[in-house]
Design a binder for this molecule. Structure first.
Ligand code: 3PG
Length: 389
């Protein structure tokens, strides 16, 4: 049994919650095309907090950002209403006359939904005036937006100066589960793929210190393979990233690289070639890990008591280059729920995991992409300040 080493100010422990007006900061930044929501897992994940607050007769003012600062949150409010089977009043922006009217008439268990917080320039500037205006709407602030806790934005940070602030149930669960990675039952096996090494330096350093082995794949691996002295042909990599990878390999002896790869001459080729990692030609691009690497990674995963996985191991969107990622997803799922505690995070990683249909075996699927990397990397989390100690 793991003990919690962070203290969380949770709404579960709040005695005076009943009947309060709550500003609920959610992260419902779901992928939307036109007005169609492509994946609603973030909306589903916040339902327990909303239901909990409604059971306590609260009035809710719910707000979220969307990564596209110009996109409306109307489709999100609509989907939330249908999932809750409850009417939600869309109020528009925080300073709209409609909001003032709706706010005045609010009764217990009413829900008002605000427009995309990033419509206001004050949000991303962590502007005090904007935060104060949001705070005026409620008696309490509840942060249930783990996925944006790494951002120093007004509705995540400055607002806490003006309202008593608490964690929602999802935020609490994220912390309780992710701290099992920071204080792991050993052996901890970390699997890190995807691209952009510069966004993962703190994570790689922190996990390399805590892990028995760090298994590297995806475009990220190209930098390590090149740093090791092997040719990577036309694969995605750059000088600065290779230098970072070289530094990491020198510092940590538990970083495990692919031993074989799947290559092609074009990203959208249907001619995939398997080869040992030291035989990549000038004209080739590395697009997946090979079967020997899957076997090697499986060997380490079989020993694990704790697993963290972030980032696909190859270009899994293409039928020919998805096998490495699918195999690792199945291995992580098989080892989770019993043998080991398995946690997975990151939009693309979850998408890949869902392609196996085995996501239900994973112990914790984080709603945080960048936020999970920052939390596990020990980076500042302005959204948690004052709520999680
Ligand atoms: C996410 O999807 O990672 C969060 O909603 C944060 O979004 P952002 O990267 O646009 O701040």
């Amino acid at each position: 049994m793991l003990t919690t080493f962070m203290r969380i100010k949770s709404i579960r422990n709040l005695k005076s919650l009943r009947g309060k007006t709550v500003f609920l900061r959610a992260d419902l930044n779901a992928p939307i095309k036109g007005r169609i929501i492509k994946d609603d897992y973030k909306i589903v994940a916040i339902l327990p907090t909303i239901r909990f607050l409604l059971r306590h007769n609260c009035r809710l003012i719910i707000a979220t950002h969307l990564a596209d600062g110009k996109a409306t949150t109307k489709p999100i409010a609509k989907r939330l209403a249908s999932l809750l089977d409850k009417k939600i009043k869309f109020a528009g922006d925080y300073n709209s006359g409609r909001l003032a009217k709706l706010r005045e008439k609010m009764k217990a268990k009413d829900i008002i939904f605000l427009e995309n917080l990033r419509f206001n320039s004050g949000e991303e500037k962590n502007d005090s005036h904007f935060a104060k205006e949001l705070a005026k709407l409620a008696d309490l602030y509840v942060n249930d937006a783990f996925a944006v806790c790494h951002r120093n934005h007004a509705s995540m940070s400055a607002i806490k100066r003006y309202l008593p602030s608490y964690a929602g149930l999802l935020l609490e669960k994220e912390i309780l589960n992710l701290e099992k990675i920071l204080r792991p039952n050993q052996p901890l096996i970390s699997i890190i793929g995807g691209a952009k090494i510069e966004t993962k330096i703190a994570l790689l350093n922190n996990l390399a210190k805590k892990s028995y082995r760090v298994l590297i794949g995806g475009a990220l691996a190209n930098n390590f393979i090149a740093a090791h002295g092997f040719k990577i042909g036309k694969s995605l990599a750059d000088k600065a990233s290779i230098k970072i990878a070289a530094g990491l390999i020198k510092k940590y002896k538990n970083i495990i690289l692919p031993v074989d790869v799947i290559v092609a001459e074009k990203v959208n080729s249907d001619h995939a070639v398997f080869k040992p990692v030291n035989q990549v030609k000038k004209s080739e691009i590395i697009l997946d890990i090979g079967p020997g690497t899957v076997k090697l990674f499986a060997h380490f995963l079989k020993t694990s008591q704790t697993i963290i996985w972030n980032g696909p191991l190859g270009y899994f969107e293409n039928e020919h280059f998805k096998h490495g990622t699918m195999s690792i997803a199945r291995l992580v799922a098989t080892r989770s729920s019993g043998h080991a505690f398995g946690a997975v995070g990151g939009g693309e990683t979850i998408q890949a995991l869902k392609m196996t249909g085995m996501e239900h075996y994973i112990d914790w699927i984080s709603t945080g992409g960048g936020a999970m990397l920052a939390f596990l990397g020990g980076e500042p989390m302005p959204g948690l300040r004052g709520i999680v100690k």
